[in-house]
Ligand binder design. Sequence first.
Ligand code: KG4
Ligand code: ZN
Length: 331
Amino acid sequence: MITLGIETSCDETAVAILENKKILSNVLYSQIREHSKYGGVVPEIASRKHIEKIGYIFEEAVATSQINIEDIDTVAVTKGPGLVGSLLVGVNFAKGIAFALKKPLYEINHIEGHILSVLLENNIDFPFVSLVASGGHTHIFLVKGLGQYELLGKTLDDAAGEAFDKVAKMLQLGYPGGPILEKLAMQGKPVVKFPKSFMVKGNLNFSFSGIKTSVMNFINKNKNSVSVEDICCSFQKTVGDTFVYKIREAVKITKINTITFSGGVACNRYLRKRISEFAMENSLRFFSPSPEYCSDNAAMIALAGFLKNLKEPLEYPFDFTVNAVPRLKLC
Ligand code: KG4
Ligand code: ZN
């Protein structure tokens, strides 16, 4: 079974090809350079870059995987959530390929892709508790099976990745802030105590805007008295404490002993280590994808399509009215 996956929900133009679960190619064009001078993603620029790049990225994915286009059995594409102009490029490209090859088309929720990305490199039995943290989302799910997701908690304001990016911006570290902040944090000490939100038993929601504001107030009041490295380290520790607390609560409530961590923020080695240590101390199994499958990629979208096809095969013709849904809900 050859599955083509296409992901263009934000600023990464990504195409992957899987043979069953095996990744034959996973190609990506990151638009970081185009957006960095604006300090964030500019939606119109993102859509236009996807249009320019997707054909080349598709060609490269086909060439790398050493298949012929006609070998593709099924197509999977991110339908939402994301930037509408960006999503439309991928959805329309995927429809074109599926239409030309007369193959089924699977519409995938981007967050479902992040949840399932842990299965790319590991065989994990359902159920498991999944923390997905990215630039747009921070959610904890109870994953009961494929397509069976129960939302246990989510951020009520900023996503964790957004908080990393905004704090990095305040400190003028550059864009995207998450990875730069992590590097500086490694050289600092957690000397500042930033407040943590919703640290209440049984509450699995998050809030990161309070931490962000207190970092801003701290910077304004304490210019030069604490190093940038120490501020980064203190902020990162606050996020780590929050994640561990929420996962502990989720495990207590669900009594599930497998936990996963995915999404762009899961690239962060300190946060992975914190959750992994918590898992070890409590005899839980812990899985997190390799960094290239944590941040946006098409392999996770192809995998979701492949697994759905195994469970409930669709046939051609697909629904030709398939469209992008920028605020698509998972559950
Ligand atoms: O999953 P992703 O690639 O795109 C979205 O779906 O949003 O996540 C991107 C987010 C950005 O906010 C980025 O700063 C954050 O993930 N990120 C990190 C790290 N690497 C990426 N945050 C903290 N530490 C990192 N090393
Ligand atoms: Zn994402």
